[in-house]
Design a protein around this ligand. Sequence first.
Ligand SMILES: [Zn+2]
Ligand SMILES: [Zn+2]
Length: 85
Amino acid sequence: MLPLDPQADIGRRAWIACPSCDDARGCAPCEERRTCSAHWRYLLSNTGSLLHLQCPGCTHVWVHESGFGATRSLWSRVTSGLQRR
Ligand SMILES: [Zn+2]
Ligand SMILES: [Zn+2]
């Protein structure tokens, strides 16, 4: 397992299925594409529409093409994790 990236910050989260552990399978909020309290990923950084993500469960790191502009609902879901209380 990789260590958590130093950029991993619980204040920046994204709700995107992990391609490695698929831990959200069968989870009702995830299948409805809502912001699940159990299944989320660290949003390490983003470059344009590319999101650099890390799964807190299996520590898998990957890049996700968010298609910014084409899928606004996804983007707004992703960036909702940016707002700090
Ligand atoms: Zn994972
Ligand atoms: Zn879930």
